[in-house]
Design a protein around this ligand. Sequence first.
Ligand SMILES: [Zn+2]
Length: 398
Amino acid sequence: MELLVKGARVVDSSQDFEGDVYIRNGKIDEIGKSLSKDCSVIDGKGLTILPAFVDLHSHFRDPGQTYKEDILSGSRAAAAGGYTAVNLMANTDPPCSSMEIVEYVKNKADEAGLIDVYQSISITKNMEGNDISHLEKIDKGVKIISDDGKGVLSIDIMYKAMVKAKDMGIIVMTHEEDESIAKYDARLSENIMTIRDIVLSEYTLCPLHIAHVSTKEAMKSIMDAKKRGVPVTCEVTPHHISLDNSVDYKVNPPLRDATDVKFLIESIKDGFVDVISTDHAPHTMEDKRNGARGISGLETAFCVCFTKLVHEGNISLSRLSEIMSKNPARILKLNKGEIKIGYDGDLVLVDLNKKIKVDAKNFESKGKNTPFDGMEFYGKVLMTVKGGRVIYDNRQAL
Ligand SMILES: [Zn+2]
């Protein structure tokens, strides 16, 4: 399969120029100016191409809650958001604690045939917090273990999990929350658990990826840890860098103070934030009315981050590409995330000048839950290409 994108602004973490990108046999084959190929050509004039995005943190609710999302609808939502690879969390029903469920998800993702899906295994068996014996039975292909959705409360269990993960070359991804403390103060809960897991990572040398950092104290702990050489990476979500708790919307961790939002943006500018992850957490409207926490995030991630971070002058588009594509791809050890010869031919075509209004009812995701509904942003995703194949095309919206 061949594809040529012509005359676009080509941007990744290390380059920003006007030119063409040619994909052949699924890989980026040539980059330059005035390329001419006898194949399908996309006119990129006035538009921008970036490496497609990679989401380290999504919930596709399959198996068990396919009324909220399934692998196909989640894949469609990802493609519509400019993503070609996602890493799914293990808090399905039943939780993903075995290779059988990994295989089930993989097969459904292959059937859907749109994006690459990676499935995490839970840190503790069935996410019950007290047993890691299932980790003995997991294959080398598993890249990340996580009990995301809740914290692992036992220090002993987290210590053993990190020793095991370090041994197996797996990353531990943590949702930093201790519900016993959260009832007093939700900030304290995140702050304490963040420090605990940094201490354990520093001791065991297990690679630690801290999910959805939301408080300035937790971020400061991560900054200090990075300066000491602790093998820690971290992510922030589009909603935690664009909304504060003056907005009444339930997510977990909760929306924080305006000073936290500001601090997270500064941390992105200063290079301490590795990744933007969506924490795509689709729910039905009824579940939301009943207090379910989460946002359907894949289809608004780019426009929210572009507007908040780049359009408002905080970072360059290259830095945004680094945290939405290059770094998450590196963490998952994928040959993606940059526009370089030999890399996967995964691109996203965007219109940075067009103002768009979010309309949740048009989401591909089954989850129409978003605080951004009706809000206006810059940065429309027009087309997503995976391995030279167009998996999403919305150019008629131009
Ligand atoms: Zn979480």
